[in-house]
Design a protein around this ligand. Structure first.
Ligand SMILES: [Zn+2]
Length: 248
């Protein structure tokens, strides 16, 4: 508590915790699960053995109590994204990953469960730069991956359905929930182009954060979003286009 009141102390604490975290990772590279990446062409059996060894050792430690989960995120399964660089400890996050980070009917239901039963107060709908799933949907490969292509093209429609859902709409109007969309810069994990939905005006509003104003993102993206009841047309994310409202 005290440390949070003094900015310099807080930043020093962050720096120290980052160093300790890196040290912990180094130590853990001696453990089974994290040496996986050093195995040369591991067989499925080797991988499962590693996991079981790691799991046996991990379960010798007491399990941390379940804490509140205030965040749910729908995002692309692209393994280049490091969500711990956005949300910190993912124990506190309902993390829903799929190709593109598409909102689909079963994901809307999952988000309603997250809000009603997990106490989630912010839903992040995140796209990211250089998304392979989006590229697939816009290329000749679309025929090979018809479900992913459909998920990308119907994303905006389902975002509209999510926002119209009585549970979600009611929670936003009661100020118990915010739905935020944005873009992750894949190379850095920086969150840019954040918008939160305002049910009163039925529009997405830009979300301004002092840190973002001080360090404007180097890339600007053409946000593919539409208004809540958008037509779901696919628009490519084009680098270095001016910021555009998802309401357009
Ligand atoms: Zn992607």
């Amino acid at each position: 508590m005290y440390i949070r009141r003094i900015r310099t102390l807080e930043m020093a604490a962050w720096w120290l915790s980052d160093q300790l975290y890196n040290l912990a990772l180094l130590i853990r590279q001696g453990s089974e699960s994290l040496t996986l990446h050093r195995l040369d062409d591991p067989s499925p059996t080797q991988i499962i053995d590693n996991i079981l060894n790691y799991n046996r050792r991990a379960t010798q430690q007491p399990k941390a109590p379940v804490t509140a989960t205030y965040i749910a995120v729908v995002r692309c399964m692209d393994r280049k994204l490091d969500l711990s660089r956005i949300f910190g400890d993912l124990k506190f996050v309902d993390d829903i990953a799929n190709p593109f980070g598409a909102v689909r009917p079963h994901i809307i239901e999952a988000l309603k469960i997250a809000v009603l039963k997990h106490g989630v107060r912010v839903i992040f709908l995140l796209e990211h730069t250089d998304c392979a799933a989006r590229s697939i949907a816009e290329s000749a490969e679309a025929e090979t991956y018809p479900l992913t292509t459909a998920a990308v093209s119907q994303h905006e429609k389902h975002v509209g359905t999510l926002l119209s859902d009585p549970v979600i709409d009611g929670a936003i109007r009661n100020q118990q929930l915010a739905v935020v969309r944005g873009v992750i810069v894949t190379d850095t994990d920086e969150l840019i182009q954040l918008w939160s939905f305002d049910p009163t005006s039925d529009h997405w509003q830009p979300f301004h954060h002092p840190a973002q104003a001080a360090h404007p993102a180097s890339v600007h993206l053409h946000h593919p979003g539409r208004s809540k009841h958008g037509a779901g047309e696919i628009q490519g994310i084009l680098a270095r286009e001016p910021l555009q409202s998802p309401n357009d």
